[in-house]
Design a protein around this ligand. Sequence first.
Ligand SMILES: C[S@@+](CC[C@H](N)C(=O)[O-])C[C@H]1O[C@@H](n2cnc3c(N)ncnc32)[C@H](O)[C@@H]1O
Length: 256
Amino acid sequence: MGKVYIVGAGPGDPELLTVRAVKILKEADVVLYDRLINEDILSLTRPGCLHIYVGKEDGKHTIPQEEINRLLLYYASLYEKVVRLKGGDPFIFGRGGEEVLFLADQGVPFEVVPGISSFYSVPAYAGIPLTLRGVSSSFAVVTGHEATGKEKKVNWEAFRGVDTLVVLMGVRNRQRIAGDLIKAGRDPDEPVAFVERGTTEDQRTVITTLREVAENPPEVKPPAVMVVGRVVEVHGRVKEFLENLKVLEGTGHAGG
Ligand SMILES: C[S@@+](CC[C@H](N)C(=O)[O-])C[C@H]1O[C@@H](n2cnc3c(N)ncnc32)[C@H](O)[C@@H]1O
């Protein structure tokens, strides 16, 4: 029986892979990867390494989780190093928890390699800090993918007192989420940022308010991170600086 590595690929920019992730990818026999994985990251593998797409469309699961688990078991019985490569961090809304429970139950050796999560790195590339002295001393990360089946329903009221709220998978339900947050007592004039395809060359940032999102939601395409809170105002103040940096250094990222 081989070993399964549950590896976080980071938010998109290949330079945000960890050193450990690069090392494991270079030695992999098989990589089972998700939808948001950058081609440049897959190209780090050695010739002959199998690349198997097990991605999920937004909300829908093209391959059921049980089938992905079965594939992990199958490839671990054939190969020494099986990599399960996931966007961001495997344990942040990535179903990595379910996969390690399954592997442990089946007695398959595994290792988890944490990745840089989109929830803070994507706002960071857009010049939005999640905490800021005097402005935000707390943040919460929540799914905007509404509870269906086994998922736990989000209690939006519980987030009334959190300074910065980060919503992942929230694009489709953005209008209802903004409405629920206003109903739960958040200020309708509170700024909101959507950062689309963060850390990639296609990064785009949309700045608006909770009221606007509830009444007349802006065009936003997934994947995007939604940030609600006063920290969003920092984006406008550092945007020009980030853009200059992009031009000067060719870093490939800016405030959108
Ligand atoms: C299923 S969750 C997985 C999160 C991932 N495990 C992480 O730690 O970043 C997918 C959601 O993460 C966010 N996301 C991931 N990569 C992103 C990116 N490059 N730009 C914007 N949002 C991203 C979006 O909200 C997307 O709907």
